[in-house]
Design a protein around this ligand. Structure first.
Ligand SMILES: [Zn+2]
Length: 152
């Protein structure tokens, strides 16, 4: 006998804080000065962004800080048209941004584009589109000090 699956509405609200650790603490302090810092692996020479304490490829501890550009290219993106708890009012876009001087990408918002027509919005951003950080006027040492990346 076939039965409809029951859906149970439920909302989780779980505010929490986590300790950023030494590496991300430095990264966030530098963001407050509007500098984006990666960290270079002594073995494979990749500049990793976001910075981390060790290279996930070589397992080498990382200590060499490298300032990277606040400009780069979109490696992947998505446009969100649905409302999610804790997310901006849709539509909005986010993507993996590989900044000049870094070998890995960070996930961030893509803004400064008209998404009122999603099809036109998709024309404004593509894989390979060059983007630049738009900084907060009052940085606090958070990833949101970069408000979003916008096409240049
Ligand atoms: Zn490495």
């Amino acid at each position: 006998m076939e039965k409809d699956i029951i859906e149970v509405p439920y909302t989780w609200e779980i505010p929490f804080k986590y300790t950023a650790g030494e590496v991300l603490t430095k990264f966030f302090y530098e963001l407050k000065e509007k500098r984006i810092m990666g960290i270079r692996c002594p073995k494979c020479k990749r500049v990793l962004l976001p910075p981390r304490g060790f290279c996930e490829m070589c397992f080498e501890p990382l200590e060499e800080w490298v300032e990277v550009s606040d400009e780069g290219v979109i490696g992947a993106f998505q446009i969100c048209c649905m409302k999610f708890l804790g997310a901006p009012e849709p539509p909005w876009a986010s993507g993996l941004i590989r900044l000049d001087g870094a070998d890995t990408a960070i996930l961030h918002f893509i803004g400064g584009i008209d998404l009122s027509d999603i099809e036109k919005g998709k024309e404004a951003i593509k894989i390979g589109t060059r983007v630049k950080a738009v900084w907060s006027d009052a940085p606090k040492g958070l990833i949101t000090d970069i408000r979003y990346f916008t096409p240049v």
